[in-house]
Ligand binder design. Structure first.
Ligand code: ADP
Ligand code: MG
Length: 465
């Protein structure tokens, strides 16, 4: 495949992927699918057949079994006139030699032979990343890491924020830029989930030392979605040691997570304090202006001409996810390439983007049952405890926090809320007051509240009085 055919295939694939991701309901599902999709090394198009190459046999099987049909449908949306076929294949990525650097004779510049465990997407660059008030600190920190990998005060850099707000993009931009500036550096990107999978595989082969040697030989470790480590104690132990080894050698570590380290309840204290030991930055939901600027940026990569008012329409209606905005833009551009020259009225846009808009509205409708589940999960208590009369502080706080959210962020009446918590009015009022008092003096409580709200597309400032 020549380069332009490759680009065209990738573009179609990316568009189909964006459409698919934006159709997923829950954030958990979205980030899970994203993790699996990011195991894709490359996509090749042979006629109407798309061949998806992955970095492990497991992910090829998994993607095929779970996502093949839906991805195919999205590809058909992108290529309405073709009969699409979709295949998944696994191609081995060579393991790095322990000697991870070779000397290239002519230029006498060292080029790292380390192959990143998961490929870096070369479109995720700083140039393609739109700066705005919601991400400017995280961006500045990322650039500081690039200026001085491992050596500045930004080690580790920990970026957190809701799904689809640009964490992976920014992290990979760090990797791409470091490699461009200094090809001798071994840059490794992977998700925490893939790190765990690989650990398990090396363990099966009785080769844990090989696993350690691999990850301790890198200059820059980019570990995405570390909230996943909450699933296992052993992997935390393993990562703790690798983290220390890299840090001691002044190698750069960058991590992302959907929440701040202190809100990762199932992660060991000593790891949390390591995570917090460098620079912590949050990416927030972008403002209207930033959303519009991001859409303009994404449009540069597409061949269709989407009019400004359509971009404004999207930026106005889809607020919570950059990824959903991309999906919407994809859909509008597919429409425009199918009906070139057609005018897009508000009505057509509403119709075309109905799914996205509906999802956005759903996201912004707080369901108290879901709030209870989200709060219980964040505080690692059971739903029984949430609904119980147990007076332990570790149960009272989340219970009252859920009451507070129900009271301050929904239009439900006091009797309705009391019923949903199986408590009296007085208990609800007392709980809400108690949280109010603590919010002013406990930044951690406030941060947890903000994070729970963010899962539903809400902000602290959405509070009703
Ligand atoms: P996360 O890892 O936080 O879930 P991603 O990094 O995968 O989010 O971003 C989702 C999509 O949104 C990507 O296609 C990314 O390029 C895009 N995106 C997010 N923020 C920005 C931004 N500030 N500028 C340009 N694109 C962005
Ligand atoms: Mg991500």
């Amino acid at each position: 495949m020549n380069e332009s055919a490759e680009n065209a295939a990738r573009m179609k694939w990316e568009r189909a992927k964006a459409i698919y991701l934006s159709t997923l309901q829950s954030e958990d599902e979205k980030s899970q699918v994203e993790r699996y999709l990011s195991m894709i090394v490359s996509v090749e198009q042979k006629g109407s057949a798309f061949v998806v190459i992955t970095s492990s046999a497991f992910s090829a099987e998994f993607l095929k079994a779970n996502y093949s049909d839906r991805l195919k449908k999205c590809l058909e949306l992108v290529m309405p006139d073709e009969k699409v076929e979709l295949e998944f294949k696994f191609r081995e990525i060579p393991l790095p030699s322990i000697m991870s650097h070779i000397v290239e004779p002519r230029k006498s510049q060292k080029i790292s032979t380390f192959v990143s465990t998961m490929p870096l997407n070369d479109e995720y660059t700083f140039d393609e990343f739109v700066r705005g008030p919601s991400n400017s600190f995280a961006l500045a920190a990322a650039q500081a890491v690039v200026a001085n990998p491992g050596k500045g005060g930004y080690n580790p850099l920990f970026i957190h924020g809701g799904t689809g707000l640009g964490k992976t993009h920014l992290m990979q931009a760090i990797g791409n830029e470091i490699k461009r500036k200094d090809p001798s550096l071994a840059v490794c990107y992977l998700t925490a989930e893939e790190y765990l999978n690989e650990y398990v595989n090396y363990m099966k082969d009785s080769n844990v030392p090989g696993f350690r040697a691999k990850y301790r030989s890198v200059d820059v470790l980019l570990l995405d979605d570390v909230q996943f480590f909450q699933k296992g104690k052993q992997i935390q132990e393993e990562f703790f040691n690798t983290f220390n080894a890299l840090k001691d050698k002044r190698k750069q570590i960058v991590m992302t997570s959907d929440v701040a380290p202190k809100n990762l309840p199932a992660i060991e204290e000593r790891l949390i304090s390591r995570f917090e030991g460098g620079m912590l930055q949050e990416i927030e939901t972008p403002s209207y202006e930033t959303r519009l600027a991001i859409l303009r940026k994404k449009l540069e990569g597409l061949e269709v001409n989407v009019p400004d008012y359509a971009l404004e329409f999207i930026a106005d209606r889809i607020k919570s996810h950059v990824r959903a905005m991309e999906g919407a833009l994809g859909k509008v551009s597919v429409y425009l390439s199918a009906y070139p020259g057609s005018t897009l009225s508000n009505e057509i846009l509403e119709h075309l983007l109905g799914d996205f808009i509906q999802k956005e509205q759903m996201m912004r409708k707080l369901n108290i049952e879901e709030v209870k589940v989200a709060v219980a999960k964040k505080y690692s208590i059971t739903m029984e405890q949430m609904m119980s009369k147990e007076r332990t502080q570790s149960v009272v706080t989340p219970r009252q926090l859920a009451m507070y959210i129900a009271r301050k962020f929904t239009t439900k009446s006091l009797p309705e809320i009391a019923k949903m918590f199986d408590k009296t009015h007085a208990t609800i009022i007392h709980g809400v007051r108690n949280i109010e008092r603590h919010l002013d003096v406990e930044p951690e409580l406030k941060a947890s509240l903000a994070e729970i709200l963010a899962e539903f597309g809400y902000k602290l400032s959405d509070k009703m009085d």
